[in-house]
Ligand binder design. Structure first.
Ligand code: ZN
Length: 441
């Protein structure tokens, strides 16, 4: 048992003891009754004038206010006029490398404190959990996964992803975090090391980065996939070209961390998806940098110098990024065909943490998915893909992870940005004090 675990156990014992003492009084300390909101549960039609009962961090009952009375002693939270959605789940991130206060990126920033800072930013913006896809270092990611931090998103990891040497992630500061493999023996050995760490998924890069590097060839990714499957692990691929995506599907890949960017999906690949219905796609549409009202929103979590830097970026960036249209058309087709559409931001590559999840949801609607489909992707499907059975919907037995909004996102997906409160594992995130810490205001 680590020092952290001992501290955690001690904290739980104290909390439990206090709960027992208080339980003798009129208040039931761990029972919360949220009343009056529209509940978008993800487990059925939205419930108007809803009631949500949370006990000891878990959802125990969900229904209309008329059908579920407030239990004696429960703390009643009035949410009339609000809309509740399940907390978001980001299946593609690269946290830890940016000092958000200065915008500086470096491998030296990859520390426990900085990772936790980023996971708190996720919590602030309503994200409950994330998959860190392939750029993690040392023991830190596994320690963080084993010991979740109060008030922060849950962290899951692919550990070190695999590519040809220096042919994985683009930026220099994290290029060495990935395995560089050139032989089948090296590739299989890397997967065995990852399996020993019990990674949540294996990440590979199959991309020539605009003909500047050698992409991982089928002669290497086939044995990687085979070795991973033998050890009960799935493989998710960074991909760019349609031809590579087809070959990866034939090789048994389990998911794509990006959309296909050179060509629109064709009948042949749709057939390959149909034959392997569990294969998921994390669309990861290209971002438009924040501007206008979003910069006001972001000023809750970023210092003024960073807001100014974002303004300069927005002024020099086209409104719709290159490669948006082709990916949007493909996404619409894939969603219509029933391919599992998960959700990811690629956070760590530019756009502000947390904000980028809300931008991605709006982009997915712009691509032709409905707001309801997008919320499902960002909550239920992402949780299913990540095998997080306590997240993704608001239903009895689930962890009480949800976002309270001032307006209904089914009317306008931009309303996901109107966050009133965030609850993770049954506890409200203290957004006001986080904001004060980050902005000094
Ligand atoms: Zn990525």
């Amino acid at each position: 048992m680590t020092r952290y675990h001992r501290a955690l156990v001690a904290a739980i014992l104290v909390t439990t003891a206090l709960a027992l003492v208080h339980g003798q009084g009129p208040k039931a300390p761990n029972v919360y009754y949220f009343q009056g909101a529209t509940l978008i549960t993800g487990a059925g039609e939205p419930i108007r004038d809803g009631a949500l009962l949370v006990e000891s961090g878990s959802v125990s009952r969900v229904g209309t206010r008329a059908s579920i009375p407030a239990p004696a002693g429960a703390t009643v939270v009035d949410l009339r006029g609000k809309t509740v959605i399940p907390a978001l789940v980001d299946a593609h991130s690269h946290l830890g490398y940016t000092d958000v206060r200065t915008g500086d990126t470096a491998s030296s920033h990859y520390t426990r404190d900085n990772l936790i800072d980023h996971l708190r930013r996720y919590a602030y913006y309503g994200i409950a959990a994330t998959w860190s896809l392939g750029l993690d270092r040392g023991e830190l990611p596994y320690e963080l996964r084993a010991g979740p931090v109060d008030g922060a998103a849950l962290f899951f990891t692919a550990g070190r992803g695999l590519a040809m040497p220096s042919a994985g992630p683009n930026a220099q500061y994290w290029r060495d975090a990935a395995y560089g493999v050139t032989t089948e023996a090296e590739a299989r050995q890397a997967v065995r090391e990852l399996a020993a760490k019990k990674v949540d998924i294996v990440k590979i890069w199959v991309d020539d980065r605009n003909k500047t590097v050698t992409p991982l060839p089928p002669s290497l990714y086939r044995p990687i996939i085979e070795e991973a499957h033998t050890r009960g692990l799935r493989v998710v691929a960074h991909v760019y070209y349609l031809a590579d995506a087809k070959e990866l599907l034939r090789a048994g890949v389990d998911g794509f961390a990006h959309g296909i960017r050179d060509l629109e999906v064709d009948d042949q690949i749709m057939g390959l998806f149909k034959a392997r219905p569990h294969v998921f796609v994390i669309p990861n549409l290209p971002d438009t940098p924040p501007s206008g009202a979003d910069l006001v929103w972001l000023s809750e979590t970023l210092p003024p110098t960073q807001i100014e830097a974002l303004k300069r970026t927005a002024a020099t960036t086209p409104v719709r990024p290159r490669l948006f249209e082709v990916q949007a058309r493909s996404l619409k087709k894939l969603a219509a065909a029933g391919v599992p559409i998960a959700f990811g931001t690629d956070a760590g590559v530019g756009a502000p943490y947390g904000w980028s999840a809300h931008a991605e949801m709006a982009d997915m609607v712009a691509a032709g998915m409905t707001p309801a489909q997008v919320i499902t992707a960002a909550t239920r499907t992402s949780s299913e893909v990540m095998k997080l059975d306590r997240l993704g919907t608001i239903a009895p037995g689930k962890s009480a992870d949800f976002v309270v909004l001032d307006a209904d996102p089914l009317d306008n997906i931009m309303n996901t940005r109107r966050i009133a409160k965030v609850y993770l594992r049954g506890r409200e995130i203290d957004r006001a004090s986080l904001s004060r810490n980050w902005t000094g205001r």
